[in-house]
Design a protein around this ligand. Sequence first.
Ligand SMILES: [Zn+2]
Length: 214
Amino acid sequence: MSDKKTKKERKAEANRKYYLANREKKTKKRNRTEYMRKWRLANSDYQKEWRLANSDYHKEYNRKRYLANKDRLAEYNRETSKTWYLNNKDKKFKYNKIYNLKNKDKIHEYRKVYQQSEVGKKSSRISRWKKYGIKDFNIIKYILSEKFPSLGTGFYNDNFNTIHRIFTIQKICSVCYKTFDTENQIDWKCIDHEHQNGYMRRICCNVCNLTVIK
Ligand SMILES: [Zn+2]
């Protein structure tokens, strides 16, 4: 008669033993948690007072907890708001409509300020470029100057942020070398791009963009 047990059986037995030994402990713990929860609800003033008396500690504790769970929290918030939006699209639409009507002047004022700010200008420029068909490839081909190709034919990394940075830095037209004059519409900066694929080619003045390059 063999009394040998397989590894799996031994493990199951051990688990069972552990469960039986700790069952009571677990229940106790659960009861205690429940008891504390009830106590906290019944004595909410005590908690408030404690927080006020130990506000520095409380702030520090919350900050630490927030930092430790930042990513998880952000992910959770993103997911929940997304699901909520998908389930309540009509509600949201109605709410927005009412809000917009109620706050018409405020929104108008806010938009005016935003459009004149640097962030607003950048955003409207980028959306204009998108409309023209300029693409934010992983790499963009960029010519700073045809006269001095060594200066600036290069590949720049990524996205509209980079394109916009170059756009704001450049002070002269890549074709006629005139200094850009933002007051005068003729000398406005333009992005010349390849129409087949949306590659940005160069930054030039309005005149050069319309006449010289086709
Ligand atoms: Zn020019």
